[in-house]
Design a protein around this ligand. Sequence first.
Ligand SMILES: [Zn+2]
Length: 342
Amino acid sequence: MPNQNLIAYVHNVTPVLSSTSTGAKTATSKYFEMQLQTKDDVRRGVCFSPAKLSEFQSVESKTSPVKLINYDIDKIDNKSVLMGARVKLFEMPVSFPKATLKSNITLGSLSAVADNQLISLDAKVVKLQGRKKVNTRYGLKEKITGFIVDPHGAITIELWEDFIPQVEEGGTYTFKNLRLHKNQYNGSLFVGTPVGCNCTITPREDFSQPLATPTDLPDTFLTKTTQAEFIGIKTFALYYTCFKCKSKITDSTQVITKCTKCGLTQKVEKCKKTCYIQAFIEEEDDACVTVTIFQDVLSEALRLPHGQPLTEDIITSGLLSLPRQNISYNRKTKVVSSVQSL
Ligand SMILES: [Zn+2]
């Protein structure tokens, strides 16, 4: 259908999403979605050109509609608007009123969102814990970790500095422009309040639908915080991480290696070296546990500046001279998430 055009307001542009189809060949496609409010209805819009994202984001904030040209209509539902790199947007005078449409990003759909993007959603804060000061590249900053839920899922949230007093346990909020992160060690997702991205937190009414049940909650609910002392270091291991996806490089004995996770073939010398240790800790009731601690938590525990290389000597003498600490670790994986002085 050449020369067709559509006049619509653009609402709720999602971050770039990715979907993997497994057929004869595995293919990953990147796209983003939106709602298109025409004079008579609301249609789903899908754009397969991530480069167009900022253009759609900027028209979303406008108070006038746009004319779309060079798009297709989905042949299955005869309604969804499919767009690619050729789509063009032209600002139009207001000919019908702009409606308020609810966002369709939920905690259940976040796994499709690519790392490091800004997202906005409504969620209830169910738990806040572990308020602490952290060495960051912007200096010593205060952070609190919590969990948020909506009717579709749950996720860990990290609130920094000025955002900490803005939420309370049990409160429901509209979060705008949180940054989505992927944990580099286990791939789990969390969101955080970014610096300088117009992040806002506004109280809203509670959800009327039932919220996600605790079985849907992330592993982070399994965190145990205990007073314990480092008794011994069992293992110290250095390893290389993939230049692209940061997972562990399994074969670093060659000059060139291939990441088993993302498939990037790369020079080992360009990979970042990181380390972890396995330590024996004695908890308050004389029980001993073996825990695993990765580099970022080690630097924090030893109060070393972020990025300073760690050697086995620095770690061993540092940890073993610490007095009893508040140590938080995952009951299942025994990975330590924080070491704080009492
Ligand atoms: Zn990789």
